[in-house]
Design a protein around this ligand. Structure first.
Ligand SMILES: [Zn+2]
Length: 497
């Protein structure tokens, strides 16, 4: 008798669970399908106001100016940065006749476009015009010289075409086109372009943000780089593009850990080993312990928004993350890219010690770089490291080369900025699924975090994994098709602000 009752209860529980999973799936599918189709209905037709080739040629001229940011700042050629700023004046005459332009220091460039309605909150567009070096290493070679700005077989080649002079050019080109039409924005638009994002942005963005703060400015939203329209990056989407709109960004800190020891002649070492050994033992302890995985709310919402676009089996899983989160985290942890989205990462990137083989080193230091998942803090990490190191003689401090920051408060996809991007993509990039995303790098927008509730880290470029690999690598190039559709996106965006 008992086993029958038990199995009946088990059966009922199983049926109940299956029904819950399926009903959550069906209601989520309906909810996001409704949002998708609402976006499509509201879209405006795109005017063909521009010529793609002319745009590509102007961007090519910006690519040809080698505004390279070197970590060793003294290697920078300041002349090219002012040359770039001057070039914008010749390429975009109406912008420069109408907008108020300010140059802050060597790298900060601010434009203010006055709107008709002073009561509306302004919006801010960011981009940076410095690029990383384009040196060739080993068998990595450029098929076209990196600063040639060559246009060939449907592509514009060169360092900065994807990261991220294209974004700056979209914004300037759109303003120039709309000014030609006699158009004026309804609200104030600001542009802030930095020339040192690749080496922390302290002279460009940080400076401009503090000037905005002093002036009491705040923005309804801020648009910066960070996410793109990813194609073939998520196998389960079977080629359907996904616009990854960065609503959250990981924090960053680099710790310097130091071990000291007695220096002297290597023929008489202490029995405990040298500073190098002591530090190495500490590093081994840290590396054995990775940070726990977690599905951040932004990542959860991203997966839920995929529900109408994936197979039923996967849809049931994405719609029921309350149950399947451990499974998703297990799968994500198998790949270093997805793994970085579910935990705070640590990487020992620099180790320094020792001068000569017959001298005992008095000190050993290492740098350990962290990208911090929302929910963790710098203080927490430092405390945790102290416990794991188990060695009071090892000191740990902020390395201080780059400004450290806790993760930035995430934006809400229900707010105006994300909604606007979703709506416009439905018209300029039909078939694209817009989803919130967690950016695992660090962008200039972090300096503006106190000036807005909505930071939208997004560039309207459709990129495949092979394209992404060229960013900071060799053969960076952008397709003319991407330039055309990206410009359509920006024209719609500005028109609807
Ligand atoms: Zn960039």
């Amino acid at each position: 008798m008992m086993p029958t009752i038990l199995s009946s209860i088990l059966l009922l529980t199983a049926v109940g669970l299956i029904l819950t999973l399926i009903s959550r799936y069906l209601s989520m599918k309906k909810q996001y399908e409704r949002l998708d189709s609402a976006a499509e209905k509201q879209s405006h037709p795109t005017d063909s106001l521009f010529d793609t080739n002319g745009f590509a040629q102007r961007l090519a001229q910006l690519i040809q100016i080698p505004t390279v940011s070197w970590t060793n700042r003294s290697k920078r050629d300041l002349k090219v940065f002012s040359q770039f700023q001057e070039k914008l004046i010749t390429l975009y005459p109406r912008v420069h006749a109408t907008l108020k332009r300010e140059v802050h220091g060597n790298f900060g460039l601010v434009y203010h476009w006055k709107g008709k309605n002073p009561n509306r909150q302004p919006v801010l567009f960011l981009a940076h015009y410095d690029v990383v070096p384009a040196e060739e290493k080993g068998d990595e070679t450029w098929k076209e010289p990196p600063f040639s700005g060559r246009i060939k077989q449907g592509y514009l080649w060169g360092r900065g075409t994807l990261d991220i002079k294209s974004q700056l050019a979209f914004q300037m080109e759109t303003a120039e086109i709309l000014l030609t039409q006699g158009w004026q924005p309804d609200r104030d638009i600001y542009f802030a372009f930095g020339g040192d994002e690749e080496i922390a942005g302290t002279e460009g963005a940080q400076n401009m943000a503090s000037i905005f703060k002093k002036r009491g400015l705040s923005f309804e939203f801020v648009v910066d780089e960070g996410g793109v329209i990813a194609r073939d990056q998520l196998a389960f989407l079977k080629g359907q593009p996904a616009a990854l709109v960065g609503l959250a960004e990981k924090g960053m800190v680099t710790f310097k850990i130091t071990a000291t020891g007695e220096s002297g002649h290597s023929s008489m070492p202490g029995r405990d080993g040298t500073a190098i050994g002591r530090l190495a033992r500490g590093i081994v302890r840290l590396e054995k312990k990775s940070f726990p995985s977690r599905l951040d709310p932004v990542m959860k919402n991203m997966l839920e928004r995929f529900v109408p676009h994936v197979s039923v089996a996967l849809g049931v899983i994405f719609a029921n993350l309350w149950l399947f989160s451990p499974l998703i985290r297990f799968i994500f942890s198998k790949n270093k890219t997805t793994d970085s989205l579910i935990r705070t990462t640590q990487a020992v990137t620099v180790f320094h010690s020792g001068e000569q083989e017959n001298i005992l080193p008095g000190e050993a230091t290492c740098l350990i770089n962290h990208r911090i998942l929302p929910g963790n803090t710098i203080g927490q990490l430092q405390k945790q490291h102290r416990q794991i190191l188990k060695d009071k003689a090892l000191t740990i401090e902020d390395a201080g080369n780059w400004p450290a920051n806790d993760p930035i408060k995430a934006g809400d996809p229900k707010e105006s900025g994300f909604q606007l991007i979703q709506k416009i993509l439905a018209s300029t990039h039909p078939g694209t699924i817009a989803v919130p995303f967690l950016v695992n790098g660090s962008t200039d927008s972090k300096y503006y975090r106190d000036l807005t509730d909505q930071i939208l880290r997004f560039t309207p470029l459709v990129l495949k994994p092979a394209d992404i690999a060229t960013i900071h690598g060799v053969n960076e190039k952008v397709s003319l098709n991407n330039l055309e559709n990206g410009l359509k996106f920006y024209l719609q965006l500005f028109s609807q602000l």
